[in-house]
Design a protein around this ligand. Sequence first.
Ligand SMILES: NC(=O)C1=CN([C@@H]2O[C@H](COP(=O)(O)OP(=O)(O)OC[C@H]3O[C@@H](n4cnc5c(N)ncnc54)[C@H](O)[C@@H]3O)[C@@H](O)[C@H]2O)C=CC1
Ligand SMILES: O=C([O-])CC(=O)C(=O)O
Length: 348
Amino acid sequence: MQKFLQKVITNNLTRASMAHFGQSLKPPVRVAITGAAGQIGYSLIFRVASGEMLGPNQPVILHLIDLPFAMTALNGVAMEIQDCAFPLVQGIVATDNQTVGFKDVNYALLVGAKPRGPGMERGDLLKDNGKIFTETGKYINDHASRDIKVVVVGNPCNTNCLILANQIKDIPKENFTAMTRLDHNRAQHQLADKLGVHSSDIRKIAIFGNHSPTMVPYIDQMTAKNHKATVDQQWVTQTFIPTVQQRGAEIIKARKLSSAASAGNAAMNHITTWVNGTPEGDYTSMAIPSDGSYGVPKGLIFSFPVTVKNGKYSIVQGLPISPFYQGLLDKTIKELVDERNAVDHLLK
Ligand SMILES: NC(=O)C1=CN([C@@H]2O[C@H](COP(=O)(O)OP(=O)(O)OC[C@H]3O[C@@H](n4cnc5c(N)ncnc54)[C@H](O)[C@@H]3O)[C@@H](O)[C@H]2O)C=CC1
Ligand SMILES: O=C([O-])CC(=O)C(=O)O
């Protein structure tokens, strides 16, 4: 462990930021990002630091966590944050020690994990990355704030979240979620492109299920510019759904690296929506512990359409599920049950 990074780098910007924002600042919150020296970390941390995730009146203390071998690089990231002189950054904790890293943390974006390479599926990562989330769960349970909100990004994110939440004794299970917002955003873009509108005009779509090629992009209630919108079924089955399901692999093929900027963006969107809520008349997608809705076995971390209000999400009930969609739902449920069975030994 490298000692020099175990320290809290207290920030000397506190007075400057108070002067910048006047008295409207809230008390600082602690935001942990694991895998902070990695690709997603680099695209995410600076945006969180700028206030884009939690708003311009919310100071943050950044807890940047990575493995011992990555500490030199992480120190470089910490120096760069200092050099941005962000008014909202009230402190930086850069560490490979998870006790220090998760101490009193209010938000955790769990990115740290091995990414897949070309030709791999996300499920192939389960063995290596599953262990990481068992350990992290213990540290969060023992050291984080009891109101912590967690989003798991590291793949396979649904089952990693299940493993993590299993370690938690006295924090509500609903505070542990996984990210399908990237898939949601991808679907929004594909549909907007097809309909010739802006992606922000597309509403009432959702991702059901696993963040994997079995995910189910659901669009039967879609509106564009507030009007019910339909697209032809052949395009849906042959182009739209496979494109969204395979977008991650396509990006790996093109970049030779997995999507980082769009994943970081989606992780921020996930937390922002969880805190600020969904717009009236719309929903978003979050992978959350199933309560049995839509016939999904209880406890699986499953992506549902959700509305969010006052920091609490609720599953959108009663969406009509056609036989076509039911067939897709059955497949993604089966895959998540199989993943759960494969990590049974980590769930004891
Ligand atoms: N849910 C989603 O939509 C998406 C998920 N991902 C996943 O995010 C993860 C990270 O991707 P990248 O940033 O591109 O990978 P990367 O390899 O660039 O960075 C990962 C970082 O995590 C660190 N790390 C590994 N184990 C750790 C641990 N136990 N504690 C703290 N840090 C640890 C590594 O040292 C490295 O710095 C991968 O699992 C990838 O598959 C990527 C894109 C989208
Ligand atoms: O595909 C990957 O491995 C990275 C990821 O989860 C995505 O881009 O959706």
